[in-house]
Design a binder for this molecule. Structure first.
Ligand SMILES: NC(=O)c1ccc[n+]([C@@H]2O[C@H](COP(=O)([O-])OP(=O)(O)OC[C@H]3O[C@@H](n4cnc5c(N)ncnc54)[C@H](O)[C@@H]3O)[C@@H](O)[C@H]2O)c1
Length: 244
């Protein structure tokens, strides 16, 4: 059963990468709360289907690697109570194969877009407002062949703390969610086999695999005034992963 936060009803919520995975779960759960959701994605088919299925959801096809597309999407939204920077990609690239193009593309989506959406939203925030950025447990684990991804996720943590300072006095909270390993459709399709599941169960304090809805629940809490004491924080939602 999902918690209800009455203060989220009618809130204007922006979600990037809302067509699949954790983003889709957040679109669904914020819709259940009675919020008005503006979400974007490059997956136009899934985005349009979700918009048609749910109440008060507006989908726009946006490539977040393109600053002008971010500006025109957010420019068309009048007021914003909550901005969730969720979209990212996480390719495995050995260092010797890491081209300038691949690096720039990862930084453009995973890090630069998160700064641009905040910048474009800042004049539209209806205070008290909130920003939720997505980092990752992978920043803390720092595995091989993910240097660029790890760098962007570390950058998000650093940027979020600085933005919390800059925007805090004017009534905007900025927090970061760092999910553990989440059983999204794509992770299950591309990376998670039975052996990986066993390893995850071993590593977590509790064996239950993490579902996207559980991360969306944390986003609801961080969006609500129930978490008003939290800003500049990282919430590591990983079911207690053992790092050693
Ligand atoms: N799933 C996990 O295990 C996990 C773990 C830690 C952190 N995270 C983080 O959580 C967030 C969501 O991850 P997810 O697993 O749900 O991802 P996902 O790949 O399932 O969904 C990402 C969405 O972003 C969209 N997207 C990709 N490139 C885009 C672009 N250029 N412009 C607009 N939209 C674009 C995709 O189409 C997709 O709908 C990411 O920031 C990710 O780094 C996920």
């Amino acid at each position: 059963m999902n918690a209800q936060y009455p203060d989220l009803a009618g809130k204007q919520v922006i979600i990037t990468g809302g067509a699949n995975g954790i983003g889709e779960s957040m679109v669904r759960l914020f819709s259940e709360q009675g919020a008005v959701i503006h979400f974007c994605d490059i997956d136009a088919e899934k985005g349009a289907a979700l918009e048609a299925e749910l109440e008060n959801c507006r989908f726009t096809e946006v490539d977040l690697e393109q600053p002008d597309q971010i500006a025109s999407w957010i420019g068309a939204i009048e007021t914003i109570d909550l901005l969730i920077n969720n979209a990212a990609k996480d390719p495995r690239i050995p260092l010797q194969d890491l081209t300038v193009e691949a690096w720039d593309s990862l930084v453009a989506l995973n890090l630069r877009a998160q700064m641009l959406t905040v910048r474009e939203s800042s004049s539209k925030f209806r205070r008290p407002a909130s920003v939720i950025n997505f980092s990752s447990i992978t920043f803390h684990l720092a595995p091989a062949e993910m240097a660029a991804y790890v760098a962007t996720k570390g950058g998000i943590l650093a940027m979020s703390r600085a933005l919390a300072r800059e925007l805090g006095p004017s009534g905007v909270r900025v927090n970061t969610i760092s999910p553990g390993w989440i059983m999204t459709e794509r992770q299950l399709r591309e990376f998670v086999d039975e052996g990986t599941k066993a390893m995850i169960r071993e590593r977590q304090c509790q064996p239950e695999l993490l579902e996207p809805e559980e991360i969306a629940q944390i986003a609801l809490f961080l969006a609500s005034s129930a978490s008003g004491a939290l800003t500049g924080q990282e919430i590591l939602a990983d079911r207690g992963w053992y790092f050693s």
